[in-house]
Ligand binder design. Structure first.
Ligand SMILES: [Zn+2]
Length: 513
């Protein structure tokens, strides 16, 4: 390969601190073999690399590609028949989701992510029916889809050993149901059960089979209620041996906080600490319901958090106290989870959402998120929560050249006062239609909304054709099962929080008196 240049009006290589982006004006970036070699003044770079081909973006800002640090599926739960219930009820509603080709399904959301500037996704796969061959085949289809479209994926399969439907043993929940429904539910849950050793085998097999610069593997205990303490310890040992990070859903809802107290007699975070799981290689997905002491412990151990803002609103989970994490220097990534507020994967909108929902009443700038801060969450901090770590997330020499180029002039037309710092203006105004180019490993994979490797219209038509067919018997059976068990799930949780003390919110955005 030879060196190539990309020049732009501004190149943002990263964020120094929450008030200071690192911006090079009238700059060029040199890259070779998929990695950044240097960034500097355009004139200087042209002199340093004479004869290098140059792609020019004269009215644009180039930023590190975004990292969606928490993602599961292609077509959204809403599209597949699950409304935005509270998380615990929503799980039950997911029973009736139709079977979709995993390759096409993965492409569906990859189109949305890439179009909004996401170059790396943390794909937390799972909730599949066994046997192992089916799980392995589905995982491989997901990974192939990302590689084919040219997107970087940090992949994990969510390990679930127990309590697969509500926060109690499967057999106890099934015993609450009328006998025919209970038997059908037991059979459904048994089909998802896989021996613990198979989950570890899946990791080993996928590592061996997916050696690619675009793909990395990591491990994922799905959530505290889904994994035994023995399972958590075994996974921690496996992760340490393999040198990979772990991503674990934790404290997404108040019910999960209450579950942890019942199971462990303490908080979920203190329990994980006792087991030795906390540290910079563990990311807590959601992390909405940490106590002040839990947050101190996360800060002290260097544990990462992933903020899934849209999802937490949609599924009535609560609001993570972002600024409590920020002021303690905790690494916080950003995840779109199932989908954002518009039921799609629009990272630019998610940045704006995270920027605005934590704007508590007051006058001090340090009490609320800044534009560089949310950009760092969606780039460098998100990167740290994936298996790529410091290989991505900034446009510094040595890192992969993953970038998003946004047409600044079009996004600001007809006027933007230059007293507003350009990055702040961009984060507050740019939309997906202003994304001019997305590069992964130096390759142009999306240009003005068009994908260079895979035809979007053709792919979506295949999905439309497949889903226009009538439901299969198995799909109809699961739909019946959902209808039957849903009221029982609601009953199960009706008094789950009755013993909990009154809440003392971190933020207070309104007042009764
Ligand atoms: Zn999730």
């Amino acid at each position: 390969m030879t060196v190539s240049l990309v020049s732009a009006r501004w190149i943002v290589t990263g964020v120094a601190d929450r008030h200071t982006p690192v911006i090079h004006s009238d700059a060029a970036l040199a890259h070779e073999n998929g990695r950044v070699i240097a960034v500097g003044p355009a004139a200087q770079m042209r002199a340093d690399y004479p004869g290098a081909t140059e792609t020019r973006y004269p009215q644009h800002m180039m930023l590190p590609g975004f990292v969606n640090s928490h993602h599961h599926v292609g077509m959204t739960p809403l599209q597949l028949g699950s409304p935005d219930y509270a998380l615990e009820l929503w799980f039950a509603s997911r029973l009736s989701a139709r079977d979709i080709d995993p390759y096409l399904d993965t492409l569906y959301s990859a189109f949305e992510m890439l179009a909004s500037g996401v170059t790396t996704v943390q794909h937390i796969h799972g909730w599949m029916r066994g046997p192992y061959s089916h799980v392995h085949g589905t995982a491989s289809a997901v990974l192939n889809a990302y590689r084919d479209i040219g997107m970087r994926a940090s992949y994990c399969f969510a390990v679930r050993e127990q309590n697969r439907f509500v926060y109690e043993a499967d057999e106890d929940f099934c015993a609450r149901l009328p006998p025919d429904v209970g038997a059908a539910m037991a059979a459904h849950l048994k089909a998802q059960a896989m021996p613990f050793a198979d989950f570890m085998q899946l990791f080993d097999d996928l590592v061996a089979e997916n050696r690619s610069e675009l793909t990395r593997m990591q491990l994922a205990p799905a959530n505290l209620h889904w994994v035994s303490d023995d399972g958590l310890l075994a996974m921690k040992e496996k992760a340490d041996t393999a040198g990979v990070p772990m991503h674990m859903h934790l404290l997404e809802t108040a019910m999960q906080k209450a579950y942890a107290k019942r199971r462990t007699g303490t908080t979920a975070v203190k329990h994980l600490h006792k087991l030795g799981l906390l540290g910079p290689k563990l990311t807590l997905g959601h992390g909405v319901w940490l106590t002040e002491e839990d947050i101190e412990l996360a800060a002290h151990t260097g544990t990462c958090i992933c903020h899934n803002c849209s999802s937490n609103f949609r599924l009535r989970s609560g609001l993570l106290p972002l600024m409590e994490y920020e002021k303690r220097g905790i690494t916080v990534g950003m995840g779109l989870d199932e989908a954002g507020l518009n039921d799609d994967r629009d990272m630019l909108q998610e940045l704006r959402l995270a920027l605005n929902v934590h704007r508590v009443p007051g006058l001090d700038d340090d009490e609320v998120p800044s534009c560089p801060q949310v950009l760092r969450m969606a780039t460098e901090h998100g990167a740290k929560t994936t298996a790529f770590g410091a290989e991505i997330g900034r446009l510094d020499a040595g890192r992969y050249f993953d970038a998003v180029v946004i047409d600044f002039d079009r996004a600001m037309y007809p006027y933007q006062d230059d007293d507003i710092p350009p990055l702040d203006a961009l984060i507050q105004r740019a939309k997906t239609q202003h994304v001019a180019a997305v590069m992964v490993g130096g390759e142009l994979v999306c240009e003005n909304g068009r994908f260079t490797r895979i035809d979007r219209d053709e792919t979506l038509e295949k999905l439309a054709q497949a889903l226009s067919k009538p439901r299969t018997d198995a799909e109809n059976h699961r739909r019946w099962l959902r209808r039957e068990v849903f009221p029982q799930v609601k009953n199960f949780y009706r008094h789950y929080l009755d013993e909990e003390p009154a809440r003392e919110p971190f933020y207070g955005n309104s007042s009764r008196r």
